[in-house]
Design a protein around this ligand. Structure first.
Ligand code: FAD
Length: 494
């Protein structure tokens, strides 16, 4: 193995890991970033899909949108000199109701019956009342955290209302739209964390807010730009297999039973900066600190020597990835615009519950230039949780037909004939295993959440999935990467 030495070893070159490395360097610390994949960016990924026209078409396989509250990401994008543009949203939207009837409407409010409209408003207000009580940085500190964490979001909604259409429509914004898990599998507290992290539930409901801006040339450009600054400090294609992070104290060894008592009792938890060694197939990186910048569902892919304290080992088993298919369909032109439609479509409880105009812009497109829009129109749709499972179980052509058919319910028969079609499948990727992000199972957040950002000896944690502001988003990843590096710099200074 090639031996390297640096102050900090960062595991994972997604936005969190790269921001940690960038910040640590700015603080005068040397860094090595070890990345499992042969590319940086993690769950952000600028891709190409070949069309029936023989041309490659640009797509964003992973995270892409920025909302106005995501101020740390916005300032970083500016600093890196990356241009942004607004999501296309001119024209009328489409809603398909539970009976399959299509309605064209203006503004944000779905064209539902007056009673359902009132119910939706009431539910949204109720969720926002509770959201205002939640500190996104510590939802487990809410005086009724355990109570809010033991009821599923679905069950709670059903206790509040007997209008299934209102429940489905309100549920979209957290369940299929964000956590990408069925609403009966996560708690009300977990739902409130999601809305608190975005400022309010109303912000999640407002697609013009939450899906506001995009980076020209794709969100992965943020990671590519940071990696370019870091140069040889980033090593690709090197999954970290083992992390040695503390020497157990032999004086406390429980010789009879073979486990070091200090580790078992959690003493190492408060361990100092020390000799950290990250081992990959080809590298051995010696450092004083590690930043673990991978999604929590992947912590257990690394052998920790000594093992993590028991509370961490238990906590990590209660965090899992959601599942969603991001659908990209590229057309000769954005035909929906000719019909006065924005491309924004909703239908709670349907196979495809949301669609947006995702036409690209920028100089990295074929024939592109800064600020220039692609003449081809792109739609993006989402197939979440149980529907994603159903779709992956189908043969490829049937899957494509089912998904395009569901999109055509909103935008008509021309939707059925894309020149290029691609399904993002992060669940099949070994170094992600789902989409968009991880969340706790019922009751997990109030029991284990307080541990997620507490360093384990010299190991600091950084990921969008343990963020407060920008939770499960690139902004949260950037914030967590920066915070981990600043915490290490502070420890170094004392
Ligand atoms: P990641 O991006 O997951 O990066 C972690 C890195 O660690 C990866 O590169 C991985 O390969 C690496 N790694 C894992 N294990 C190891 C190991 N053992 N050794 C070395 N390296 C390892 N966010 C938004 O803000 N807006 C959106 O519109 C949006 N849409 C999304 C759509 C999709 C389809 C997906 C999948 C995500 C979306 N997100 C969105 C979420 C966003 O992409 C993530 O929040 C963000 O990428 C998380 O960054 P991260 O650095 O915390 O983790």
């Amino acid at each position: 193995r090639e031996r390297r030495t640096s102050d900090v070893v960062v595991i994972g070159a997604g936005p969190a890991g790269l921001m940690a490395a960038r910040t640590a360097k700015a603080q005068g610390l040397s860094v090595t970033v070890l990345e499992a994949r042969r590319r940086v960016g993690g769950r952000t990924w600028n891709g190409l899909v070949e069309g029936a026209d023989g041309k490659d078409h640009f797509i964003e396989i992973g995270g892409q949108w920025i909302s106005p509250d995501q101020t740390r990401l916005i300032s970083l994008v500016e600093e890196l000199g990356l241009p942004t543009f607004s999501r296309f949203r001119d024209g009328r939207n489409v809603y398909v109701d539970p009976r399959g009837e299509r309605h064209v409407y203006d503004g944000l409010d779905f064209p539902v019956a007056e009673k359902t409209d009132r119910e939706m408003d009431r539910l949204i207000a109720k969720i926002d009342e509770l959201t205002a009580e939640i500190d996104a940085a510590a939802p487990w500190e809410h005086p009724r955290a355990a109570e809010l964490d033991k009821i599923s979001f679905r069950h709670w909604l059903e206790q509040q209302s007997d209008d299934p259409e209102a429940i489905d429509n309100v549920s979209i914004y957290i369940a299929s739209g964000m956590l990408t898990k069925p609403s009966h599998t996560f708690s009300l507290l977990q739902a409130l964390l999601m809305s608190a992290s975005a400022g309010s539930f109303r912000n999640l409901v407002d697609e013009d807010f939450i899906l506001d801006k995009r980076v020209e040339g794709g969100m992965q450009s943020v990671s590519l730009a940071m990696a370019a600054e870091l140069g040889d400090d980033v090593v690709l294609g090197q999954p970290v297999r083992t992390l040695r992070w503390a020497e157990p104290d032999p004086s406390t060894a429980d010789e009879k039973n073979g486990v070091a008592a200090d580790v078992r009792n959690g003493v190492a938890h408060d361990g100092a900066a020390g000799d950290v060694v990250a081992l990959t197939d080809d590298y051995e990186v010696h450092a004083r600190y590690a930043v673990l910048a991978v999604p929590p569902n992947l912590y257990s892919r690394i052998s920790f020597e000594p093992p993590m304290p028991r509370e961490q080992q238990i906590a990590h088993q209660h965090i899992s990835m959601g599942l969603v298919i991001k659908v990209h369909a590229v057309y000769e032109t954005p035909f929906w615009r000719e019909e006065g439609l924005s491309g924004t479509c909703f239908g709670g409880g349907r196979l495809v519950q949301e669609i947006y105009d995702n036409t690209n812009r920028g100089e990295n497109l074929a024939g592109g230039a800064p600020g220039k829009e692609d003449p081809h129109g792109t739609l993006v749709g989402f197939v979440s949780d149980v529907y994603a499972e159903q779709m992956w179980a189908l043969p490829e052509e049937e899957r494509k037909a089912a998904i395009l058919g569901a999109m055509a319910e909103y935008l008509g028969p021309r939707t059925l004939e894309p020149i290029a079609f691609f399904l993002s499948d992060m669940a099949a990727e070994e170094w992600t295993r789902g989409a968009y992000a991880t969340s706790y199972d019922l009751g997990g957040l109030s029991r284990w959440g307080h541990l997620q950002n507490r360093p384990t000896g010299p190991i600091h944690y950084a990921c969008s999935d343990i963020a407060a502001e920008g939770y499960q988003h690139v902004d949260g990843a950037i914030r967590m990467g920066e915070a981990a590096a600043l915490a290490i710099a502070e420890r170094e200074a004392t």
